[in-house]
Design a protein around this ligand. Structure first.
Ligand code: PAF
Length: 283
């Protein structure tokens, strides 16, 4: 696997590949890689002639400086995992490379989809994601870019970013399914920060989500939300931040099951100090 640290050197390599007619699959990451990331790499390797991944802990998407400080930094393990998964190129830039001094930060307007759920509790988060993803897309110019469905709202933002701001790059966004631990907990780099007791109790988040799918036929939306709040908060390790059932198209909160579009139940909860998110399709 080739490793590039500067935009210029990566771009030179990529334009050479493009001239040779190669397709490029791209998997942006912030490192602390787990099987979820590797499933994205595997899919990219299957569907493209070259796979590029990036490892950059993007400061502008952290609205909490402690969260940024505590984000796991595991470069050696990450590059080994990428190499074993047959990733061809790793882009590992510095902060200075991605955010040069005196550069004016771009502001994006995604409308309501950026202000609900994660947007409500993490102000500025999606603007930071859009800043880094648009920079990376402009540098890598991939044929396809791969994102996990665990970050359901991020995926909606990236799709809108791609159509509203980066249309000329003609990138196909590929949504990949959530990869879970044996007990159902959605894989996340943040799981590394859970202690043993927290880790055991964290799986109640996904278990509760799975049950909401069954309860759909027995409860109205309002009572189901109340049930989730009680179920999560009854556990002494967990605290619910939000639970919502939203329309997949516009992320509007639904109030009854008859609404016609496909729906997704989304949850964010603290397990100890660690904030975890998950979701499940409720069609
Ligand atoms: O999902 C992530 O890991 C990050 O938000 C991303 C897309 C790599 C941007 O920093």
């Amino acid at each position: 696997m080739e490793i590039f640290k500067t935009i210029k050197s990566l771009q030179e390599r990529i334009s050479f590949l493009k001239k040779e007619g190669k397709t490029i699959g791209f998997v942006p990451t912030m490192g602390a890689l787990h099987e979820g990331h590797i499933s994205l790499i595997n899919r990219s390797v299957e569907e493209n002639s070259f796979t590029v991944s990036s490892l950059f802990i993007n400061p502008t998407q952290f609205n909490n400086s402690e969260d940024l400080e505590k984000y796991p930094r595991t470069f050696d393990e990450d590059s080994e995992k990428l190499q074993s998964a047959k990733c061809d190129i790793l882009f590992f830039p510095s902060s200075q490379e991605m955010y040069p001094e005196n550069e004016k930060a771009q502001q994006f307007d995604f409308g309501k989809i950026a202000t609900v759920m994660e947007g409500r509790f993490r102000p500025g988060h999606f603007n930071g994601v859009a800043q880094i993803v648009s920079k990376l897309f402009r540098i890598v110019k991939p044929t396809r870019a791969y994102f996990g469905q665990k970050d359901f709202q991020q995926l909606a933002i990236v799709k809108k970013l791609n159509t509203n701001y980066l249309k000329e790059l003609k990138i196909e966004i590929v949504a990949c399914k959530i990869i879970r631990e044996k007990d159902g907990l959605a894989m996340s780099s943040r799981n590394l920060r859970l202690n043993k007791d927290e880790r055991q109790n964290a799986s109640l988040i996904s278990k509760t989500l799975f049950t909401t799918k069954e309860l759909k036929n027995k409860m109205d939306v309002k009572n189901l939300k109340k049930w989730v709040l009680e179920k999560i908060n009854k556990n002494k390790y967990l605290e619910l931040e939000y639970f919502d059932i939203v329309d997949n198209q516009n992320l509007d909160s639904i109030s009854n099951w008859d609404e016609k579009n496909n729906k997704t139940a989304c949850i964010a909860a603290y397990c100890g100090e660690v904030r975890l998110i998950d979701n499940i399709a409720i069609t």
